[in-house]
Design a binder for this molecule. Structure first.
Ligand SMILES: Cc1cc2nc3c(=O)[nH]c(=O)nc-3n(C[C@H](O)[C@H](O)[C@H](O)COP(=O)(O)OP(=O)(O)OC[C@H]3O[C@@H](n4cnc5c(N)ncnc54)[C@H](O)[C@@H]3O)c2cc1C
Length: 315
């Protein structure tokens, strides 16, 4: 076998690399610190016909109890440069680090990411966001490795296709984010602090503390009238969701009476019904069972097919 595999860790417990703390073993585990590491890993995996999977901070994935048969490539490309209010960031940089650096330099633009875990590579893949803004709103450009073409490509934001919690990287997993440019603007530091603190406060009242992989399902943005017609809430709330163009899936799960519902080591959080939390010794199969229960109940009550936001690995 290629010498590259000598540089990999073997039989690595993936539960230790995910915020859900769930997942079996990966045969091989390699940390890519720069683009050359990543390109080498993918080239060898292709030559040796070994499946590979790209991992960032592991904050949006559910890894199978059987783990991953192949090579997990964890992206730790950590470059971080600020020039003329443009932040050039390696794909492995934590969102939290970007938020702190913006604050330290009195730069506005990424306050909405306050408290969001994971790396910028994962955030671009899933167009991560909150409070009405997402990755596409702050990116200037993205540089990625196209493993099909064996080429590094830089694309301006306007040439990239993003949608709600999706991107061309999600649609074509052979495109791997290496770095990006984030456009920021000088502003009053006190104003930025107030906004970040406000978001941090709102999040801590809503987001559960137990291990999770964030929102399990995507919010509902189709057939709003039909779904709202079945929801027993005040008209002004309905108007708000219509104006916003989305119904929070947490509300549908809550109204289906599923808050606190437990299967094995997981349960629907009482704090936020779109979070499945690991309450100890959870298995991926517990999560999937609970996911099915939620899907069936919400379909029965609201005639909505829920779509997973969490990414399944190794199934
Ligand atoms: C408590 C909690 C709160 C959260 N709150 C939010 C929130 O408010 N808003 C929100 O949008 N999300 C939220 N999330 C989900 C998660 O933080 C984001 O989706 C985050 O952007 C994922 O980044 P990651 O590096 O952890 O990706 P991972 O979980 O490691 O990977 C996710 C996907 O991205 C792919 N990927 C990772 N890096 C790259 C790369 N360099 N190139 C190509 N593909 C890549 C992986 O292959 C995988 O398919 C939350 C999660 C948790 C646990």
């Amino acid at each position: 076998m290629n010498k590259f595999f000598d540089k990999c860790q073997k039989n690595v417990k993936l539960s230790e690399h995910t915020t859900f703390k769930i997942g079996g073993f990966a045969d091989y585990f390699f940390v890519a610190k720069n683009k050359d590491d990543l390109i080498e890993a993918i080239k060898v995996a292709k030559e040796e016909d070994v499946k590979y999977y790209i991992l960032g901070g592991g904050s949006n994935v559910l890894v199978s109890d059987d783990g991953f048969r192949g090579l997990v490539i964890k992206i730790e490309i950590a470059d971080l440069n600020l020039k003329d209010n443009i932040l050039n960031v390696g794909a492995g940089v934590a969102i939290g680090k970007i938020v702190s650096l913006a604050l330290d330099n009195s730069l506005t633009g990424v306050e909405f990411w306050t408290g969001v875990p994971g790396t910028i590579g994962g955030a671009i893949f899933g167009n991560a966001g909150a409070y009405g803004k997402d990755a596409k709103d702050v990116l200037k450009s993205v540089t990625y490795y196209d493993a099909t073409e064996n080429k590094i490509i830089e694309k301006e934001n306007s040439k990239l296709s993003f949608s709600y919690r999706s991107s061309e990287f999600k649609n074509d997993k052979k495109k791997i984010v290496l770095s990006c440019e984030i456009k920021l603007k000088k502003d009053d530091k006190k104003k930025i602090i107030v906004e970040m603190s406000d978001i941090a406060k709102q999040r801590s009242s809503k987001i559960p503390m137990e291990p999770s992989a964030g929102s399990v399902f995507k919010n509902v943005n189709e057939n709003l009238d039909q779904v709202l017609g079945k929801l027993d809430i005040e008209q002004k709330e309905k108007d708000k969701f219509k104006q916003y163009g989305k119904i929070p899936v947490a509300l549908l799960i809550e109204k289906s009476g599923l808050k606190g519902k437990q299967v094995g080591g997981v349960k629907i959080s009482e704090k936020h019904a779109n979070f499945i939390v690991n309450i100890g010794g959870a298995k991926a199969k517990d999560v999937l069972r609970l996911v099915e229960i939620v899907k069936t109940s919400v379909k029965e009550k609201f005639d909505v097919e829920l779509e997973l936001e969490n990414i399944l690995v190794g199934f």
